[in-house]
Design a protein around this ligand. Structure first.
Ligand code: TYD
Ligand code: MG
Length: 462
């Protein structure tokens, strides 16, 4: 009897196949199957291998050392959940040129200044180039150890000597190669092999390793997804080329929250932490234009005010365009459907564009009300009051539903000089913010009626 062994593994999704084929049936990717040594099946006639005995430890055992080390950049620490955990491995992804190397050399310098051993290994730039950048950032005095190396075994051998570094930056994982795998650097097998070796070293030595990962066109971290499963945290560094803001976000974090964001600004002297992002996101506001609404949002534990911009214009296309930047397209479709079905707003013949200003990406459903207000304002040509913020979730029935953390949102609005808030009708009981006028809306239809009425009276005035 022949025994089928699954030995061709897709390097993208990990699906196993019994023979080689061009396309993986699991994920649809081409040329990702690689033959791997199949596990030998246990069965009669084979003596099971005897395992080595190891000691089991109680869950309650104390950690010998401070488990986390804050790096000193508060925005970075906020995203990691309070600092770098000993022996953890983080993957930092982001578009080329977004500032990953800058962020990490600054982090390494901050740690080195605090007296910790920090090592920066660049596989992309020569030592002189890294030094030149550090000089430009005014960090030449920081005691960061540099190397331009790509051989993983050599790196591990070097770093095993002497005092264990507290932080090791590997820029980038795609340039690393290990002897144990015979394929070119950058291929999935190499990336996975190198990551595995480095992760093993981190767990053994207690050093924190940050791997830089390149991002493919569609925003995924290039190389096998399995690297994302192997590391403890996946961070993504985002931003738009035309904006100076950079947002650090945890996509996965075994030791902390994933909804916190860190905000930075790219300046001539490197990345600057932005401790009050609302000010930054509202700084370029077009006051008094139809189609913009300020959303009082929450990112993690921090309130954040952002401007939502909408443009609704008659379409010449059979199927009108719906384009969204920074928000979920399916939520836009939902809000449009509710506007059509319950509020009598006809958008079938209009193109709709929605943009979250500043390059931020909003995930909260609480933005529904602000998005709807911006859309209706643009359609009616009626500017929304410049001193008002909006939040609330819209349900499919057209009702405006309550959202969490109302006091924090309103407090931030007051801090930034807003005097009005358009909120779900349950919000009134939750706050006592002086100097803030609350207009509660129970349904989206009543908001639409208010905006349309203000548009009409403006039309009569003008
Ligand atoms: P870099 O950190 O090299 O990006 P990555 O490693 O993600 O590819 O950053 C490159 C960009 O950052 C580059 O376009 C110039 C800009 N930059 C500044 O604006 N100010 C600075 O002080 C530095 C170091 C870079
Ligand atoms: Mg770089």
């Amino acid at each position: 009897m022949s025994r089928r062994t699954l030995s061709f593994i897709c390097q993208n999704c990990g699906a196993a196949h019994s023979r080689w084929q061009g396309k993986c049936e699991g994920c649809g990717e081409w040329n990702t199957l690689v033959e791997e040594g199949a596990e030998r099946p246990a069965g009669p006639g084979r003596k099971p291998a005897k395992g080595r005995m190891f000691a089991l430890e109680p869950l309650s055992g104390g950690a010998q050392d401070a488990p986390r080390l804050a790096c000193g950049m508060a925005e970075f620490d906020r995203v990691t959940g309070g600092g770098f955990v000993r022996g953890s491995v983080l993957l930092l992804g982001g578009d080329p040129g977004i500032g990953k190397s800058t962020l990490l050399i600054q982090t390494a310098a901050a740690l080195a200044r605090a007296g910790q051993r920090a090592v920066y290994i660049s596989g992309e730039e020569a030592v002189a180039q890294v030094r030149l950048r550090a000089e430009r950032l005014g960090m030449q005095d920081a005691d960061v150890e540099l190397a331009a190396e790509t051989a993983v075994e050599d790196i591990i051998a070097t770093l095993s000597e002497g005092k264990t570094p507290r932080l090791i930056v590997i820029d980038s994982i795609q340039t690393m190669w290990t002897d144990r795998v015979d394929s070119a650097p950058g291929t999935v097998t190499q990336v996975r092999g190198s990551a595995q070796a480095l992760i093993r070293f981190a767990k053994r030595s207690g050093a924190t390793i940050i791997l830089v990962g390149h991002v493919t066109k569609d925003g995924q971290i290039a190389g096998p997804r399995v690297v994302e499963h192997m590391v403890d945290a996946v961070l993504s560094f985002e931003g738009e080329g035309s904006h100076q803001f950079r947002i650090l976000r945890a996509v996965k974090n075994r030791f902390g929250p994933t909804d916190e964001i860190g905000v930075f600004e790219m300046t001539g002297a490197g990345l600057r932490e932005v401790t009050n992002p609302s000010e930054l996101f509202l700084s370029e506001r077009d006051l008094g234009q139809p189609g913009t609404a300020v959303f009082a949002g929450i990112e993690g534990t921090r309130p954040l005010l952002v401007e939502i911009q909408a443009l609704v214009a008659p379409s010449s296309l059979g199927t009108p365009r719906r384009a969204v930047v920074g928000w979920d397209p399916s939520r836009l479709s939902m809000v449009l459907a509710v506007l059509e079905a319950h509020c009598g707003v006809r958008l079938g013949g209009h193109d709709v564009y929605l943009n979250v200003a500043g390059g931020l990406r909003i995930q909260e459903p609480a933005a529904d009300l602000a998005a709807a207000a911006a859309l209706v304002s643009s359609l009616a040509g009626a500017p929304l009051p410049a001193d008002a913020v909006y939040f609330g979730e819209v349900s499919l029935s057209g009702a405006v539903r309550p959202v969490a953390q109302v006091p924090a949102r309103l407090k931030e609005a007051v801090k930034l000089g807003f005097t009005r808030a358009v909120v779900p009708d349950t919000a009134r009981g939750e706050t006592t913010e002086p100097g803030l006028e609350l207009s509660d809306v129970a349904s989206l239809a009543s908001l639409v009626a208010d905006i349309a009425a203000s548009g009409k009276s403006r039309g009569q005035d003008g």
